[in-house]
Write a protein that binds this ligand. Structure first.
Ligand code: FES
Length: 195
């Protein structure tokens, strides 16, 4: 990752550029599509961008993605703002996504959210002061049979109870810095999947 460390946390990087590995991967993915159809690669490229830039997409990062794909920035903003897996503001190392759709809600997702809010001392949409956890609620994650459930990074946590949540969050907290590496793993995941 190459970035201007003086750039504001909230305004993103002024001079955004993928690392050599990420750029090589992005170029391989874009080559899978015919000339002038590179926009079709937008989802994997946004995942790579999010992995490269601390788990969120600033305007500058989205503009860089638009340049790579040779499309208008608004086309990137539209996609990035549509999907809940893309974060448009800074997030913690662990992004907790609790499903809030009908089946999970009926099985107690609302109480799970309240429990996590109380345990972490934050409200939905906020990040803990130590930068460890961000709590989000999202629509169906296709695991309705194991409701209530939540996703953290790449992992699903299902059939949640308060006790399970307590243990899961303590476990992530104890892992500490190890968690920072999952974003790089995400790039590897895309390498395996697309190339
Ligand atoms: S309703 Fe929660 S996973 Fe489908």
């Amino acid at each position: 990752m190459q970035q201007d460390s003086s750039a504001s946390k909230y305004s993103g990087k002024k001079h955004v550029k993928f690392s050599d590995d990420a750029l090589a991967l992005a170029e391989k993915i874009m080559k899978r599509y015919p000339d002038k159809r590179q926009k079709s690669a937008i989802l994997p490229i946004l995942h790579i961008a999010q992995a490269e830039f601390n788990g969120w997409l600033s305007v500058e990062v989205m503009d860089y993605v638009a340049t790579l794909l040779k499309i208008q920035p608004i086309e990137v903003y539209e996609v990035a703002s549509f999907y809940s897996m893309f974060n448009l503001k800074p997030v913690g190392k662990c992004v907790i996504e609790v499903c809030r759709t009908g089946p999970c809600w009926l099985m107690g997702a609302e109480d799970i959210v309240k429990f996590i809010e109380k345990k972490l001392g934050i409200k939905e949409g906020q990040t803990t002061p130590d930068g460890m956890f961000t709590l989000k609620t999202v629509e169906c994650l296709a695991s309705c049979g194991t409701a209530p459930m939540m996703q953290i990074g790449e992992k699903y946590h299902e059939n949640l109870t308060f006790e399970k949540c307590e243990n899961i969050l303590d476990d992530y907290k104890n892992k500490g810095e190890e968690i920072s590496h999952w974003r790089k793993e995400r790039i590897k995941h895309h390498t395996d999947k697309h190339i």
